[in-house]
Unconditional design. Sequence first.
Length: 589
Amino acid sequence: MESRATKIVETVPMTPVSGTPTPEDLVQRIAELEAENQRLRSGEAGRADAGSARPVPMESSVDVAPIQEGDVTLRRLVQRIAMILQAEKIVIMFYDRESGELRGIPPAYGVDDTKLDHFRVRATQGVSGEVFRGGEPVIFHNAAVDDRTRKDMVSLMHVHNGITVPLIIEKRDEENRVTERTTIGVLHAFNKRHGEDFNDEDVRLLERMARNVSSIIANLQLYREVVEEREELLQTFESLTSGLILVSPDKKISQMNATARSIFGVEVDIVGQRYDEKLDAPKVVSFFDRGLMGADIPPIEIEVERNSQERVYTVQGAAVKNEDGKTLGFVTIFNDITDQKNLDKMKSSFVAMASHELRTPLTAIKGFSTTLLEGVDGDFYSKDDQKEFLGIVVHECDRLRRLIDDLLNTARIEAGQSLKPNYTRFSLEDLLDKVVMVQNQASTRHKVFKKVQGDLPASLIGDEDKFDQILTNLLNNAIKYSPEGGDVLVHARVDGNEIELGVEDQGIGIPAEHLGKVFEKFHRVNNEDNRKIYGTGLGLFLVKHLVEDVHLGKIWVESEVGKGSTFKFRVPIELDIEEAKRRNDEMDS
Ligand code: ADP
């Protein structure tokens, strides 16, 4: 028979789902398939129309019995033909489009099924080819001398005489008029018994019976395709990343794929049972109810706890109807939009935070400069006051600049550009002393210490400014997320040819599920404790880039909620500048 692949290309109007189909496509496809399935089950496909569109069932209850029944019927028919024609052998040859050959297929009479392989000729050869191409029967009385026969096959199969008729499938319209005729193979009757010869009456008989043979083969082919296609479709459904549930009008689940089962935490045996009894999700149950009533319902969103994590899904549905518009079921697709939702949330909270971060320093700058301006003529403020006010203005300007730098740098990284590192050799000890001193000046409620284990190398290769940014950022966070005050430690130790640094605080800590995410841009832990601590969620994203891409190092965090956090990172002492530059150039290219 033809290969599976050829059939799909030739006869199935919709190609199998490949890649990730959009939910709309899928719902549409399923609806169409289900309608086809209903058509098939209503008996329309029972006719021998090999050329009609292939019905594709999707319910698990599709009847596969006709295949076996068909096989038995065909075998009986072949036996009956042998009996009526008094023929020793009956062989069906089917045209294989791929190879262009006519091949013997079971069931045969008088020839062992295993020997059918020998019946194989090109569709242009011998009697078989002639009948196949011409569509007219051929009778031969002496195979050994007849110049139309293939002598090798004749002698191999001990054929003396015979009749060969075409196997034709006719496609008919509603008024039973033939609209298309396809020759699918040939039917042979060989060796009339008792040394007799075939006659024209035998030819007519064989022609008539060939019609039944064609009809059964066409049906068999149709059902085989139906079953194969159903299997294929079920596998596609099963492996879809979207959840899929199909419910029938009697409120039963007729299809549920692996993702859907995992969303609802149920087993496969739920198929065939009532969804309102088996699914613990009132919103979804009511969605199905409304869908089955034929309502055109907009998608809904549901929240489900999956693997002890809250996930958000959109649920889209489509009614499955037959050609007369009768509802046959309702199909739904569940798509996980948790990440998208989180990103949306993060983006809007970023906008709120960034506005706040911009407004706060501006308010201070405006306030203190206005105050100073008012005082110019009246000489209200002492020199010390003026110094203090101006100091605040400068500090707030720095804060603004840092924020703008963060935004610009994030945009650069996003655009795949490097931050243009400038590598030099510098003293880590001096840098540590400087950042610790600056931070001690910035906060009176926190004490910042340097804690060096063993000796530090005399110098380090890296971008000193950016190294400063890494430490300053981590220290700022340590102070910011320790609202009660406390000690902040800067650890440093050499490990082989790397240096490991850590910034440890006694602050609010980070919940375990956020540990891997705090380095993502915009990611902020929005718990009760730090809700009022403002920030953009960009700092650690930039720090990670500075450690890993600029200094070819590694950064991670250890933390316990309520106890504190330690951000640790390792970088090479003698950075391979060439390698680091290459990495950054790659970003720029
Ligand atoms: P921002 O501080 O601007 O929000 P970051 O990227 O610096 O952005 O930090 C991301 C998130 O990581 C913070 O919102 C906070 O929830 C958490 N975080 C960072 N550092 C600490 C820390 N030392 N202690 C507790 N949480 C922290």
